[in-house]
Design a protein around this ligand. Structure first.
Ligand code: F6R
Length: 241
């Protein structure tokens, strides 16, 4: 486990974008695992800026996102499909055929999740997975208590996560109660993992997840066991370690 201290949100975003860029430069046809949420938005902005300057080429890159809300279609403005296009894909030269998210509209959870695991498998696995962390320790939608050995599955959102995500919806009732999400096993199989965390709300969980015991009650704690895991945090998120 490597921990990189960033001075600010902008500094964290630049450092994370540097690592993602290095991956794309070293392996132009790499598979990037991507995340939604507010934390990586600055990282995506930085990547777009470097792409516009001509420093980056995404033509051969494939992407797999961590998760998608069950029941939301691609054109739903709250879908992660929409989020990723607005915040990254619409601004870079990624091939639309190489962009992958779980299919939220597939009403059959087992089929939707098996299909997604097959996509990741057929791509040859994830080279670099970007992650955020929930203040309860969740990664993707693997909530506290989620089994470490799960692949992509349908998860029930906890009250904490519904509460945290309601800011993206008109009303709390509109937040979907389920999501198709990569499991901990899927995430741990990525060759490299990069987590970004900022702000005081993440400080306590960062300490617990990376300096406490590894246990399903703190899903992110399993990352201590990954052979190539890097955490980049701003001063506030790393304040307690
Ligand atoms: C995003 C995801 C979530 C977020 C987490 C942190 O695809 O799966 O686990 O990474 O909820 O969200 P933010 O960055 O908004 O604090």
């Amino acid at each position: 486990m490597k921990i990189i201290r960033a001075a600010s949100y902008q500094d964290m975003s630049r450092k994370a974008a540097n690592i993602l860029s290095a991956q794309v430069i070293m392996k132009p046809n790499c598979v990037l695992g991507l995340a939604t949420g507010s934390t990586p938005i600055g990282t995506y902005k930085q990547l777009i800026e470097w792409y516009e300057k001509g420093d980056l080429d995404f033509a051969e890159v494939s992407t797999v996102n961590l998760d998608e809300y069950r029941g939301l279609s691609k054109d739903d403005e709250q879908s992660y499909w929409h989020f990723m296009h607005v915040n990254l894909f619409d601004h870079i030269n990624i091939d639309p055929a190489r962009v992958h998210l779980p299919d939220g509209t597939n009403p059959d959870p087992a089929a939707a999740c098996a299909d997604y695991d097959a996509v990741i498998h057929d791509l040859g696995g994830i080279d670099l997975q970007l992650l955020g962390i929930g203040s309860d320790g969740h990664i993707a939608f693997n909530e506290p208590g989620a089994a470490f050995e799960l692949g992509t599955h349908c998860a029930n959102l906890t009250e904490d996560t519904i509460e945290a995500n309601k800011r993206f919806f008109a009303r709390k009732e509109d937040v979907p109660r389920q999501a198709y999400t990569m499991g901990i096993k899927t995430i741990m199989q990525a060759r490299k993992i990069l987590m970004v965390a900022n702000g005081p709300k993440k400080a306590a969980i960062i300490k617990q997840a990376f300096f406490g015991p590894v246990m399903p009650e703190v899903p992110a704690s399993i990352l201590q066991m990954h052979p190539d895991f890097t955490l980049i945090g701003d001063a506030e998120a790393l304040a307690l370690i």
